[in-house]
Design a protein around this ligand. Structure first.
Ligand code: SAM
Length: 366
């Protein structure tokens, strides 16, 4: 029950022979534990402070680096109250940041109320949570202000081209660009900022958008973050040559204007840069060429209530099943601690013994 391989529909992506470090996390209902006061850490000493909750694995876009476009949702969705309970227990263990994601989270009715409920939670030290959402922005224009009013702090919008035709080619949905641009601007203008714009670069699709995105960051006053393409797509098209690396991005951007690196927090995934005249910020998330696993502070809850300790995990840990069986909050906390202690040390992208993750990105929650 506790750990599970993927369902048949995802298994064709999965060569989950558990060669490395994935022993099943045997759950028994624990002896009474009062573990709330200890911070959540893994066996490598990393403090886990960031939680990502996927509230659906449905999506209205079919981005070439993410989905096949043929398959829809694979996994279930839980009532918001169940995610809220998981979040409450995790927050009591030291989580301070919660990011709502998917699939496309804005497709889910009730997301504004969910944010309102999350915003009531207080961290173990008594502070407010940092609550963010990652969205493709298609439905954001009308939802930005209600989300802000409900207590959302920040928004990240995914946008992989600033050219509308290219955008449609990547998302495989016609006419989306104007919606996303309007959504991004609405979020920025209602104070859900600094708005971050995530752009996954994939050779042959959008590497010529690097400089236009540099201009876009300056004109629109948003932080554009380039993400190296990872082998987490449904179509299995990833190859090392398809990745536009951090070094290549910097070289291309320098043809427009040089970037100067600025300090970033250890747990931050992005390296941060400013243009030399001080206008405009660029981030580069480089998990392939410059892995940052040693500073990873994240865990994820999937839409069907499984814990994932790494994007590249080959096992899920079924927190929801435990709840269904009547576990107390102490039981959940105990289980979470067990699972987190076994968080993977690092990913193995590009190595000969790389084992694909048991779920693709859209079914995990990025
Ligand atoms: N639908 C929302 C969106 O578009 O932002 C949230 C879910 S999406 C899976 C979360 C993030 O994962 C997006 O920024 C997306 O660009 C990124 N992503 C998806 N597949 C990826 C891949 N194979 N490599 C790198 N990033 C990926």
């Amino acid at each position: 029950m506790e750990t599970s391989a993927p369902p048949a529909s995802e298994r064709r992506h999965w060569k989950g022979n558990a060669r490395r470090e994935y022993p099943a996390c045997r759950l028994s209902f624990p002896q009474k534990t009062r573990s709330y006061k200890l911070p959540l850490t893994d066996k490598f000493g990393r403090a886990i402070t960031d939680l990502r909750i996927s509230i659906t694995d449905r999506c209205n876009y079919k981005c070439v680096y993410c989905r096949t476009g043929n398959e829809g949702a694979v996994y279930g969705e839980l009532p918001f109250g169940d995610y809220l309970r998981m979040a409450r227990v995790l927050v009591s263990l030291g989580i301070t940041k919660v990011r709502i994601t998917g699939g496309e989270p804005l497709l889910r009715k009730g997301v504004v109320d969910f944010v309102r409920e999350l915003a009531v939670l207080r961290s173990a030290k008594g502070g407010s949570l940092d609550i963010a959402i990652t969205t493709n922005g298609h439905l954001l224009a009308d939802m930005a202000q209600p989300l802000k009013d409900a207590g959302l702090n920040r928004v990240t919008v995914s946008m992989d081209a600033v050219d509308p035709d290219r955008f449609a080619r990547i998302t495989r949905v016609p006419g989306g660009f104007d919606h996303v641009l309007a959504g991004m601007r609405a979020a920025r203008d209602c104070g859900l900022g600094p708005v971050k714009v995530n752009c996954v670069l994939m050779r042959g699709f959008n590497e010529d958008q690097i400089v236009p995105f540099g201009m876009f960051a300056r004109e629109e006053r948003v932080i554009v973050r380039f993400i190296e393409f990872m082998p987490l797509e449904e179509d299995r098209v990833w190859a090392p040559e398809t990745v536009i690396t951090l070094d290549e991005i910097l070289t291309r951007m320098a043809e427009y204007r040089p970037l100067i690196e600025i300090p970033h927090a250890h747990s931050e995934t992005a390296r941060r840069y400013r243009f030399e005249d001080g206008i405009g910020e660029i981030g580069i998330i480089a998990p392939v060429s410059h892995p940052f696993c040693g500073h990873c502070s994240r865990i994820r809850i999937t839409s069907d209530g499984k814990i994932r300790t790494c994007l590249f995990s080959v096992w899920d840990h079924d927190l929801h099943e435990l709840m269904r069986r009547g576990a107390s909050d102490d039981d959940l906390a105990h289980f979470i601690r067990q699972v987190v202690s076994r968080k993977e040390q690092r990913h193995h992208i590009g190595e000969p013994d790389f084992v694909p993750a048991s779920r693709t990105m859209v079914h995990i929650g990025g």
